[in-house]
Design a protein around this ligand. Structure first.
Ligand SMILES: Cc1ncc(COP(=O)(O)O)c(C=O)c1O
Length: 395
């Protein structure tokens, strides 16, 4: 087909959306949340255990930085790669936390870690390329892949091994069109933390690896290893949403091998121009002044985790692996129903507790429910009490 023909305006009716847009599945957690909000509008009280974002206010120093940034006129476009001071602060944090030397020139400040995901997919995927993604895994991964005309190729995480990412299972899923492997540790929704050895083996498979490290810092055992500790030949995304409770500021970063920075910069210039200028000033404050706030939040999550995990176990939910990071518990629920979406809706409407259906996270997570301990302790206790009455037993 010639170039003029492909641009033919009457080629298809304007109302038809692209196949890639049509292939994007709905985010069922949002469906539950929206149904919960509708119940709340009608006066119901809902215990929200479905939420995927911290309930904490952002740290005081971050708030001040937002105010100051607005007053000082940090409200224009910045350099597409991000302001130098923030890129240097991010690089310095790798030195402090992981003992790693990361050149600030390899750091690209993005619109949330989601922005980094989009950039890497746009950089690497040609139509039909496969991206190996964990199952269970973050609900948006397959949709990002499809939006960039790729094909998601799930590999199984085994609950019996605590959802460890088995390099052999990944290797078995590799095919001639495999273009990228996505790893996520600590993970959503399994809360599993992968070992340094696992990351090393995955990096050795010969496929570019994207490591989603957005939950780093939220750990309840050993510190999660960064893929950058294994190799510089990888893509790492991280951000401010979870650790510093800054979800609404939409700020993240991507570390990429140096030779990919120029093409990533071109993509960033065209897709996003730059990350939010105000948020970037807030990001500097978060890194330089809010490690203590982040630590205090982790201690609170740890208390909530104890209560939620022991409460769910008492209620008879099998928990294949205690959460080692993030703020989720992926619990078995087949004893209550095989269809996790139908079950989550019943729990919402009958027990007034919001939970996320496992099916949102892939076929392997069907028959599970994801409970979040990002909500306040008293709301977690209330949720457990309601679940207990609903199940006809005391929590
Ligand atoms: C595993 C994972 N990656 C990435 C994101 C996106 O986070 P953000 O764009 O806010 O940085 C989320 C959000 O829930 C997530 O759970």
């Amino acid at each position: 087909m010639s170039r003029t023909e492909s641009l033919e305006p009457q080629a298809r009716p304007a109302t038809v959306i692209s196949a890639s847009a049509a292939s994007v599945a709905p985010f069922l957690a949002m469906e539950i949340l929206e149904a919960a909000q509708e119940l709340e509008r009608r006066g119901a009280d809902i215990a929200h255990l479905e939420v995927g974002e911290p309930d904490f206010d952002m740290p005081a120093a971050v708030k001040e930085a937002v105010d100051r940034a607005a007053r000082q006129g940090h409200t224009h476009y910045t350099h597409s790669l991000g302001v130098r001071e923030l890129r240097e602060a991010i690089a310095a944090r790798y030195a402090r936390r992981y003992g790693l030397e990361v050149d600030p020139g390899r750091v690209i400040v993005t619109s949330g870690s989601s922005g980094g995901l989009a950039l890497v997919m746009a950089l690497l995927l040609d139509p039909g390329d496969e991206v190996l993604i964990p199952d269970p895994g973050y609900a948006c991964y397959p949709n990002f892949v499809r939006m960039f005309h790729g094909r998601p190729r799930p590999f199984r995480l085994d609950p019996r091994s605590g959802f460890a990412c088995e390099p052999a299972a990944v290797r078995a899923a590799v095919g001639p069109r495999s273009r990228l492997l996505v790893v996520n540790s600590p993970a959503n929704p399994t809360a599993a933390v992968q070992t340094l050895d696992t990351l090393r083996e995955l990096a050795g498979l010969g496929i570019p690896v994207l490591s989603d490290e957005i939950y780093h810092g939220l750990e309840y055992g050993p510190r999660a290893a960064s893929l950058l500790e294994v190799t510089g030949e990888c893509f790492v995304i991280d951000g401010f949403s979870k650790r510093w409770a800054m979800t609404g500021l939409r700020l993240g970063w991507l570390v990429a091998p140096e030779r990919f920075v120029p093409p990533l910069q071109r993509l960033q210039q065209n897709l996003f121009i730059c990350a939010s200028s105000v948020a970037q000033q807030a990001g500097i404050a978060a890194i330089e002044r809010c490690e203590e706030d982040a630590r205090a939040m982790v201690e609170e999550y740890r208390r909530r985790r104890e209560v939620l995990v022991s409460g769910l176990k008492r209620l008879g939910f099998p928990i294949p692996a205690d959460p080692m990071g993030a703020y989720y518990v992926l619990a078995g629920a087949r004893h209550l129903g095989r269809d996790s979406l139908a079950l989550a809706k019943r729990i919402l409407f009958e027990a007034r507790v919001g939970v996320t259906p496992g099916i949102d996270f892939g076929a392997e997570a069907e028959g599970h429910l994801r409970f979040s301990f990002a909500s306040r302790l008293d709301r977690i206790e209330e949720g457990l009490r309601r679940l207990g009455s609903w199940l006809g037993q005391a929590p």
